[in-house]
Design a protein around this ligand. Structure first.
Ligand SMILES: *Cc1c(COP(=O)(O)O)cnc(C)c1O
Length: 361
């Protein structure tokens, strides 16, 4: 086997090594079936067990009960940009959004395409989405308030979620889902593309409060209706079986090896602090997000010139540190420190950065 690198990819992204090893271990013969998990029926008891485990572990990790459904929808987080307004908008009421970057912008675009009464109640677009807005008013009349908990491309993250009173929060948590504990109660719906923090690409995990299901019209196309998924335990049609299987292993790792979300958050804070502290002491690397809005998942930074940035990314890659190029829309550099990226990887990165600075600063 070739050497594994330190993987700072933004998504698809690093997965825990013990999970990958288990996948390899049982790939040809899943639990004595004589078949791979990718070869067995989605209605087999072996697969249903994976699926149910994933749901139960998610509920335990987030301390949620039977007032919420947890399910998987193909089409990634992007499909949720239209499914949310289709299913959760209410005739005669506005749908409110907070715009904190590319993904929020895309979510807003989809709601507008559907002809909903979209209001953007707060935005950080004036400063190139480098901060999380504060001091905005939440309208009690809104059908929901949509926000993006972590802005994967701009490197900002909500330290505390918006307070909405009785208005249900809807959160795109694709890039920080299960990176820290949070209170689920204010949420009507949460969604997360699996490929950032909990598994491979191809599906989103969706969590919905049961009363929100009453809003969806029965006239929606079957595959775009949340009740299709909740009434059939994600098994109306053939789901992304392999994704769900790996997600269930990642959640097991999170529960049993890491020890839950409080522990995960402690580790993520330590990782982020290590890299931000180093950048703040340096006069060579410059973080791009406002300090009070910094993300612990995607750390965005610039070097003194684009030339030095390109060289940085390419030399880092040769040194076994991959995925450090910033998103094509913003340039610069970005280190994604998702749950599966260990403290050892961050140490290696900081050492490389210090050495690179010495040679080029
Ligand atoms: C990556 C990402 C998306 C898009 O996810 P897909 O699964 O590719 O559709 C949406 N929102 C956020 C916050 C993301 O990081």
């Amino acid at each position: 086997m070739g050497k594994r690198i330190f993987n700072f990819n933004p998504g698809p992204a690093a997965l825990p090594l013990p999970v990958l090893e288990q996948v390899r271990e049982e790939f040809l013969d899943y639990k004595g079936t004589g078949m791979s998990i990718t070869e067995i029926s989605h209605r087999s008891k072996q697969f249903e067990e994976c699926l149910n485990q994933a749901v139960e572990r998610t509920k335990r990790l987030l301390k949620i009960g039977d007032d919420f459904h947890v399910f998987f929808v193909q089409g990634g987080a992007t499909l949720q940009f239209c499914m949310v307004p289709m299913n959760l908008a209410i005739q005669g009421k506005p749908v409110d959004y907070i715009n904190t970057g590319t993904w929020s912008t895309n979510a807003i675009k989809e709601a507008k395409l559907l002809g909903k009464d979209v209001r953007v109640i707060a935005s950080s677009e004036d400063k190139n989405f480098s901060y999380i807005p504060k001091g905005f008013q939440v309208d009690k009349d809104a059908a929901y308030l949509h926000f993006t908990s972590n802005n994967t491309i701009k490197g900002t993250q909500w330290a505390e979620f918006p307070k909405t009173g009785d208005v249900p929060l809807v959160g795109d948590m694709s890039s920080d889902f299960l990176s820290r504990p949070f209170e689920v109660k204010p949420f009507g719906l949460i969604y997360a593309g699996a490929q950032k923090n909990i598994g491979p690409s191809g599906s989103a995990m969706v969590i919905i409060r049961k009363d929100m299901l009453e809003r969806g019209s029965p006239n929606l196309p079957t595959m775009l209706r949340y009740t299709t998924f909740t009434a059939n335990n994600s098994l109306y049609n053939t789901p992304a079986c392999f994704v769900i299987y790996v997600v269930s292993l990642v959640l097991k790792w999170l529960e049993e090896t890491i020890g839950g979300l409080e522990k995960m958050e402690r580790i993520n804070k330590e990782k982020g602090k290590m890299l931000y502290d180093f950048m703040d002491r340096s006069n060579f690397y410059r973080g791009t997000a406002a300090k009070d809005s910094r993300s612990l998942m995607n750390l965005t930074f610039r070097l003194p010139s684009e030339e030095l940035e390109n060289k940085f990314v390419s030399e880092a890659s040769k040194a076994g540190l991959g995925g450090l190029k910033g998103h094509r829309s913003v340039g610069g550099c970005r280190a994604s420190l998702y749950n599966a990226v260990g403290i050892d990887a961050v140490k290696a990165l900081v050492e490389f950065m210090a050495d690179y600075q010495k040679r080029n600063g």
